[in-house]
Structure formats: C-alpha cells, structure tokens
Design a protein around this ligand. Structure first.
Ligand code: BMP
Length: 220
C-alpha cells in the first residue's frame, strides 16, 4: 500500500520496535530537540539506525549565523534534511547553511509560518522573500491555517511543503494536504498512547479527507 503522507514528529522517546512498524506506514520522521536532549545525539543515531524510512529530518529550528548553523548540521550526519528559521535571512546565515547542505547532498526546509496562535501572518511576506532568495528544498507551513498553506503553495508550486498542527493543535487530518501541503507532521496525537492504533486511525482519516476534498474539487 502507498505510504501515508505523514511525517512522525519524534519529540519524546519511542520504543524502537514500535517506531520500526510505524515507519512502514509513513514517509518520514522528524527528530526534535527535546528527544535529542533526552537521549543524546548517539541515542538518536541508535534509534534511527536500520529504520526504513524515506526521510529523516532534524528539527532544531536553526536560527543563527551561518558558521554556527553549519557546525550544528555537520554534527548530525544521520539526517537527510534540516529545518531552519527563515527570519535570520540569507547573507551570512542561510546562504552558508544551504551551501554546506548542498555540498553534502542534504536538504533544507525553511519555516514559512508557524502553527501556534501567536504567529503574526504579516511576517509572511518577509519569509516568502527569504525563501525566494535562498531557494530551499521545502517549506514548513501551518496546518492550523489552511489559507496560509494555500498562499505558500501558490507562491511555490514546486516546493515540498510540510505542515504541523494536526490533531492536538486542532487541525483535521488531511486538511493540510487538501490545502496544498505535501506531508502532514504529526506527533502527540500518535505518541500519547497506543501509537500504532492511533496511527492506523489517523492514516484512515487522512485518506478519507483527501478523497473527500479531491472529489469536491473534481465536481467544481
Ligand atoms: P504535535 O503534532 O505533537 O503538535 O507536534 C508538532 C510538531 O511540529 C512539533 O515537533 C513541533 O516542533 C513542530 N512544529 C509545530 O508544531 N509548529 C510549527 O509551526 C513548526 C513546527 O516545526
């Protein structure tokens, strides 16, 4: 069966057997700073070793001068991709990180807008301009505000868009995909209890919602 358009947000420790099984249903995993602080970089390396998944994203929301972001990324060679804030700008920051990641065959995601209520969407014209300049592989946009995803999708037709904010933060599974996201990032709604059971239900709900919105689009 085709893998669900889901990236698992790993912000706390998950049993490796459970993770291995969960990964057979999803596109990727996103490693958070809380998990890394709990088990260390070597613990994270052990956890992801041998896990069959298309993408391992490190999400430390890098936001510093280029030299420091490159030093951090170079210590995390198990990752395929890194998430950085876009507000630090290109010159002396994201240009250096992007150059380093390109040289290692790794991918960069920039935060376009965040999912929590306090994010100010008037900042988005700035993040759009930085994303245009830096030309990352992908963008992070909020599932909690579908109209914002649609705007980013309109600006960046070819970029991979990953969206957090489903379940625990309020958005409906599948909703971000319907607004143009490529993958939905989901953490606590899966990992609070019985992860595999929760994941199965979420995969089903995501498929139903996507079928519903694509059907509605085709009828328009
Ligand atoms: P959860 O499904 O448990 O709410 O997790 C969401 C994940 O997405 C967390 O790892 C968080 O760091 C991340 N995230 C977010 O919630 N909002 C954003 O705007 C950007 C994020 O990366």
């Amino acid at each position: 069966m085709e893998k669900a358009k889901i990236i698992l947000a790993l912000d706390s420790l998950v049993d490796k057997g459970t993770l291995r099984e969960a990964c057979s249903y999803v596109h990727g995993i996103k490693i958070g700073l809380p998990l890394t602080l709990d088990i260390g970089v070597s613990g994270v390396k052990d956890l992801v070793k041998g896990i069959d998944v298309d993408e391992v994203i490190v999400d430390f929301k890098l936001a510093d001068i280029g030299d420091i972001m490159v030093k951090i990324a170079s210590k995390l060679d198990f990752a395929d991709s890194f998430i950085s804030h876009s507000f630090v700008g290109r010159n002396g920051a994201l240009d250096e990180l992007k150059g380093f990641l390109d040289s290692k065959g790794k991918k960069l995601y920039l935060v376009g807008a965040m999912s929590h209520p306090g994010w100010d969407d008037s900042l988005n014209s700035y993040t759009v301009s930085v994303i245009r300049e830096v030309n990352p592989y992908g963008i992070v946009t909020p599932a909690t505000r579908g109209d914002v995803i649609s705007k980013f999708r309109h600006e960046f037709a070819d970029k991979v868009i990953i969206s957090p904010g489903l379940g625990t933060q309020g958005a409906k599974y599948g909703e971000a995909i319907c607004h143009g996201a490529s993958f939905e990032i989901i953490g606590r709604s899966i990992f609070s209890s019985s992860p595999l059971k929760a994941l199965n239900k979420i995969v089903e709900k995501q498929r139903e919602e996507v079928l519903r919105c694509k059907g509605a689009e085709n009828r328009e």
